[in-house]
Write a new protein. Structure first.
Length: 364
C-alpha cells in the first residue's frame, strides 16, 4: 500500500518527501526537478511502541511502515500528454492514496509555474487533468457496457447506470470520490476501474514558518474549497520541517519545535494521516526478542493478520491469543494480564482491533 505525493511543479513535493523519508530526493527551484518517481519506506510514529518497549525491554523494536512516492509535477494539458503528463498519470494510478501538496505561502524567491500564488487555481488545474483522464477511462468502459446492455443483461444495465453517473459527474468537474454512489456499486463497478479521482486524498497546505501553527488565508480558502469532498486538510511548513530534519540531536529538534509552538514535527502527523488514509491499522507482537508493529487493513481478521507475519501462519491458523493494548499497559506484563484473566482466545472470525497485542497458534 502506498501514498503518492502530487502537485504542480515546484510546490515543495520533493522537499516534503525528503522530510518524510530522509531519502534525499533531488529538490530545486525549477519545474520538473523530479522526473522518475522516488519511493521511500517511512516509519509510522507510534507512541504505543515506545510504551511496549519500556515494559518488555526487547532486543529490538520494529515500527510499522508506509510507502511514500514522490511523483513528477503535473501541468495543464497532462491528460493529453503535456509536460510529463502520461508518466505522471501512470505513476499516480499505481498508488492507493494521494497526498496533494498545495503552495500556501508567498515568496518572490521561489518561482511558481503559473506566475502567482493561488492554491485554489492550482488544485483545480490538477483536479481537471485527473478528471479528464478518468473521463477517458469511463468512456472506454461505457462503450463496452452499452453493447452488453443491448443484449438485455441486467448486470450490464446496472453498470451502465453507474458509469453514466460517473461520466456526468466528471464532465461537471466533480471528482469520483465526491460522487454519491451506494457502497456496493462502488465496490462492484467503480473500484475495478482504478479511477485516479476516486482515491482518498489528503490536501497538504505548504505554508511558511509564521503560519505553521495557525495557518493563513490561503489555508482557509483550501478548507472551504474541499468541504464537499471526502478529504482531509493538513497544514505543514515544509521548508521548516526540512530545517528540523537537518538538526543532529533529538533535543535540538524538540527545542526548535517548542519555539514554533508545536508538540511534534508536522511530518509525523502527515505520516499517521497517510496511514489512516490508506485505511491501515496496527497490531503488535511483544516478546523479549522483538517488539514489532504489524500493518494490516482495517477490518482484517485474525488469520489475515497472522498471514502478514508468514503465509503459513494464515494457512495453518488455529487460534489467536489477544491482549488489548490498554490491558497490557495497565497490568504491565503478559504474565500479569493472564493472571487477571484478561487474555482472550479468538478464532478465525475475530476482526483485529487497532493496538491488539497478539500471539498466533498454527499448525502446518
Amino acid at each position: 500500500m502506498k501514498a503518492g505525493i502530487v502537485g504542480l511543479p515546484n510546490v515543495g513535493k520533493s522537499t516534503l518527501f525528503n522530510c518524510l523519508s530522509n531519502a534525499k530526493a533531488q529538490s530545486a527551484n525549477f519545474p520538473f526537478c523530479t522526473i522518475e518517481p522516488n519511493i521511500g519506506v517511512v516509519n509510522v510514529p507510534d507512541p504505543r511502541l515506545e510504551v511496549l518497549e519500556t515494559l518488555v525491554r526487547p532486543e529490538k523494536v520494529v515500527p510499522a511502515t508506509v510507502e511514500i512516492v514522490d511523483i513528477a509535477g503535473l501541468v495543464k494539458g497532462a491528460s493529453k500528454g503535456e509536460g510529463l503528463g502520461n508518466q505522471f498519470l501512470a505513476n499516480i494510478r499505481e498508488t492507493d492514496a494521494i497526498l496533494h501538496v498545495l503552495r500556501c505561502f508567498d515568496n518572490d524567491n521561489v518561482v511558481h509555474v503559473d506566475g502567482s500564488v493561488n492554491p485554489i487555481r492550482d488544485k483545480e488545474t490538477i483536479d481537471m487533468e485527473l478528471q479528464l483522464k478518468d473521463l477517458e477511462t469511463v468512456e472506454k468502459k461505457l462503450e463496452k457496457v452499452q453493447r452488453m446492455a443491448k443484449t438485455g443483461s441486467k448486470e450490464a444495465l446496472k453498470e451502465l447506470q453507474v458509469l453514466q453517473q460517473l461520466k456526468q459527474g466528471l464532465e461537471s468537474g466533480t471528482s469520483v470520490r465526491a460522487i454519491a454512489l451506494p457502497e456496493e456499486e462502488v465496490l462492484e463497478f467503480v473500484k475495478p476501474l482504478q479511477l485516479i479521482t476516486g482515491k482518498p486524498v489528503l490536501y497538504v497546505c505548504n505554508v511558511d514558518e509564521a503560519a505553521a501553527v495557525t495557518g493563513n488565508a490561503y489555508v482557509e480558502a483550501v478548507k472551504e474549497a474541499v468541504a464537499g469532498e471526502k478529504a482531509q486538510v493538513l497544514v505543514l511548513a515544509v521548508g521548516t520541517e526540512a530545517d528540523i530534519t537537518e538538526l543532529e540531536t533529538y533535543e535540538e529538534r524538540q527545542l526548535f519545535l517548542e519555539d514554533l509552538g508545536l508538540k511534534e514535527p508536522g511530518s509525523s502527523k502527515l505520516i499517521r494521516a497517510a496511514y489512516q488514509l490508506l485505511q491501515l491499522q496496527t497490531y503488535f507482537t511483544a516478546g523479549v526478542k522483538e517488539v514489532r508493529a504489524w500493518t494490516i487493513p482495517v477490518g482484517a481478521t485474525a488469520p489475515q493478520a497472522a498471514g502478514v507475519i508468514h503465509t503459513d501462519f494464515e494457512k495453518g491458523f488455529i487460534r489467536a491469543e489477544v491482549i488489548a493494548y490498554d490491558d497490557y499497559t495497565a497490568y504491565g506484563s503478559e504474565a500479569k494480564v493472564k493472571e487477571a484473566g484478561k487474555m482472550r482466545v479468538e478464532g478465525k472470525d475475530y476482526v483485529v482491533k487497532d493496538g491488539d497485542v497478539m500471539h498466533f497458534r498454527f499448525n502446518v
